[in-house]
Write a protein that binds this ligand. Structure first.
Ligand code: ADP
Ligand code: MG
Length: 703
């Protein structure tokens, strides 16, 4: 295959940006903040949007909202002293007139606006009191008799930063494009061999870059704005490919790493399964088999188990854990919060101790004897299973023979965190197997980009007899009614959650709100046994409350979103969520998943604060109308974007220059195909391609 050989100094990815005119050391420093170091980086610094300055639009044809170039003569300039002093300049071109409005102006500027002078301006058109207006347009006065040329291309608008203006960016991109067009001055390596992408009939890389930086005047601005032009799609394809490859490479490396071979006669697992009060669903059995198939291989498993809320992932995790224990290995089970870790600890203790398997708890807040005891048991191997938070992966925790790491509710951890965990618990040449579980169903697009390093299993079935949660959307104005409903449920022997939400960043405020609500509810419902739990509770206090709720002595649990994941009390059949309009759909679905776990019909009340915006209404309806986590996640992505769906921690990692996971879904089949072929036929192209799009900072798998 014709491959660009080793990088020469002529290659644009090695040519420093300082070769460009106007870029001295100071400017180079500023450009670095935009991730621009080489001429190649300039070419891949892509426009955010475009302005059309290629034609002069007759004033008579302007409509509010248009961004346009107009040209005419000045009729009148006057200062108005209204609520705010402003300079109004009336101009006309024979087809209509337009008012330019300046709030900030100086005397020289004002003096320049002489009746009869020619003027050209660019700006956004708005409806004004008498004529259409432009507020603070860019403008230039024109001497009569001179024809001022319009722009030849749509004007790109680039992501900028302090001290780097659009004009600078336009100038350096023009120069970089010049390099691109002159093979003698440098070469842009194309890491995708023509044969590989020929079937997809894509624009060539140089043509795509030229087009997106300098679209011709006839280009469809709508197509460009949407990012659907073939030139943009060519680049989006390459960007998705780079992300996909960076994770895929992690997976490939795992195949060169050793892991313990875990095979047993499954006697222990058999005992466990028979001890359960239910039969595993077919989906649970299938996923467990997939896990076992991985564990017998001498390479580390990296498997993602997806399963909607309540599909029974924990039991499957326990089966996997027992398989490892039976083969003589230790297991670490990590959850994102202390509350959830504690729940798992209790479940595992209940299930595994009767089988003679030692289980310990270790979290960041463990202290004293408990902590020392757990660390010792982990070190000497008496603890076969250690359950806890990320504290399990701190240095002082030494496992005797760690064979399997299970991470629950993976979406709470970022990609980097997950990858970093892979190397923890390595002993000598061996690495433990890794199983990650998530209840946030991930649309395929996201999975391919964010989880390409993992194999996936799906528990696509709920335990039998589950009734979908019945969800209603009710205004705060009907709060008393809702409270009576809670009371009725509790009197009838059922249990309920009352979830208080606030803007997420402020945990303190959230806790305060929950305290207030709990106080108020306790006063108004004296015959209901109420308890409160939130993020600021000490672990022991939290555990005590949860245990009381589980035992049924607490009937109504007032909580913040700390109970979002994992909490499992099948007798709870009613959930009230206050201000649901503030939360994402995936998060609401998670919360709602705390009910509907038993055989009784469960209900969820979304108690919103009116007035509700159109979008908020639409979002809550999605939840009311569907109990399917995949469908909800999909709609959530459409409404809020992929970063949000994955949780705030991941947004920083999901920044794309040009690709859009939702819009570009159609490219993914090709991305996957080309990725495999490239790894096969030109493995040496992979690293430079990843570097081009992800930079040096985010080289996954280098962690
Ligand atoms: P999630 O997938 O949300 O983590 P859990 O593992 O917490 O779900 O399981 C939810 C509830 O369903 C638990 O009470 C669990 O004991 C129960 N459960 C799990 N598997 C089955 C099954 N096959 N049949 C009946 N109940 C089950
Ligand atoms: Mg769970």
């Amino acid at each position: 295959m014709d491959s660009p050989d080793t990088t020469t100094t002529d290659d644009l990815d090695a040519l420093p940006v300082t070769v460009l005119k106007g870029v001295g050391p100071r400017m180079a420093g500023r450009l670095e903040r935009l991730g621009i170091r080489t001429v190649q980086d300039v070419l891949f610094h892509l426009p955010l949007r475009y302005e059309d300055r290629t034609r002069v639009v007759p004033m008579g044809a302007l409509r509010p909202g248009d961004h346009a170039v107009v040209e005419g003569e000045i009729d009148l300039a006057e200062v108005r002293f209204g609520r705010r002093r402003s300079l109004l300049v009336r101009i006309s071109d024979g087809t209509g007139s337009l008012t330019l409005r300046f709030f900030h102006f100086n005397a020289a500027q004002q003096a320049g606006f002489i009746r009869g002078t020619g003027i050209r301006c660019y700006g956004e058109v708005r409806a004004g009191p008498t004529t259409a207006e432009m507020i603070h347009p860019e403008y230039r006065l024109i001497e009569s008799g001179f024809e001022t040329p319009v722009e030849e291309h749509l004007t790109p608008v680039y992501p900028a930063t302090e001290g780097v203006h659009q004009l600078t960016l336009r100038s350096i991109t023009s120069q970089a494009l010049h390099y691109l067009d002159n093979a003698a001055s440098g070469r842009l390596p194309d890491w995708l061999p023509a044969q590989l992408i020929a079937p997809f009939r894509m624009t060539t890389l140089p043509a795509a870059l030229r087009y997106v930086h300098r679209p011709p005047p006839q280009a469809s601005i709508e197509l460009l704005v949407e990012g659907r032009h073939p030139a943009q799609q060519r680049l989006a394809f390459e960007e998705l490919l780079a992300h996909h490859l960076s994770l895929r490479r992690v997976r490939l490396r795992a195949q060169h790493t050793r892991a313990p071979v875990i095979a047993g006669d499954n006697g222990l697992v058999g005992d466990f399964i028979t001890s359960l009060p239910f039969v595993l669903t077919a989906a649970q059995q299938r996923v467990f088999r997939e896990i076992c198939d991985d564990l017998v291989r001498p390479h580390p498993m990296a498997r993602l188990v997806q399963g909607d809320v309540g599909s029974g992932k924990t039991v499957v995790a326990a089966c996997a854990a027992l398989t490892a224990v039976e083969a003589g290995y230790q297991v670490a089970l990590m959850a994102p919060t202390e509350l959830l870790a504690d729940q798992h600890y209790r479940s595992f203790l209940g299930w595994l101790e009767p089988l003679g398997v030692g289980v310990v708890w270790h979290g960041g807040k463990s202290r004293g004897k408990e902590r020392a005891g757990a660390l010792q048991a982990i070190r000497d191997g008496t603890a076969a299973v250690a359950v806890g938070t990320h504290a399990l992966f701190q240095e002082e925790v030494e496992f005797e023979r760690l064979g399997l790491v299970i991470i629950d509710e993976q979406h709470r951890f970022g990609v980097h965190q997950r990858l970093a965990l892979r190397d923890k618990g390595r002993s000598g040449e061996q690495r433990p197997h890794q199983l990650v579980m998530t209840a946030t169903p991930i649309p395929r697009t996201l999975a391919m980009t964010v989880y390409a390093d993992l194999d996936t299993s799906v528990i696509d079935e709920l335990p039998p007899g589950r009734l979908p949660v019945n969800t209603v959307v009710i205004s705060q104005e009907r709060r008393p009614e809702v409270m009576q409903r809670v009371r009725a449920a509790c009197t009838a022997g059922q249990q309920a959650y009352w979830v208080c939400t606030l803007i997420e960043e402020s945990e303190a405020l959230q806790c305060q709100a929950a305290e207030k609500t709990a106080g108020f509810l306790a006063e108004s419902l004296p015959d209901v046994s109420i308890a409160l739990v939130h993020g600021r509770f000490k672990p022991a206090a939290k555990e005590a409350v949860m245990a009381a709720f589980k035992a049924g002595t607490v009937e109504l649990l007032v909580a913040t979103t700390v109970i979002e994941v994992g909490v499992d009390v099948p007798n709870a059949t009613l959930m009230i969520i206050e201000n649901p309009e503030r939360l994402g759909l995936a998060q609401l679905h998670q919360l709602r998943g705390r009910v509907g776990r038993g055989r009784d019909q469960s209900n969820c009340v979304l108690l919103y604060q009116p007035p509700l915006s159109e979008t908020a209404r639409a979002r809550l309806s999605v939840l009311r109308d569907s109990n399917d986590g995949f469908e909800i996640a999909r709609r959530d992505m459409q409404l809020r974007g992929p970063g949000e769906v994955l949780g705030t921690r991941q947004t920083g990692e999901m920044k794309f220059h040009i690709a859009d996971l939702l819009r570009d879904e159609a490219l993914l089949a090709a991305v996957e195909k080309v990725a495999l072929q490239l790894l096969e036929s030109c493995p040496d192209h992979v690293s430079p391609l990843i570097r081009r799009w992800l930079g040096d900072a985010v080289q996954y798998g280098e962690v």
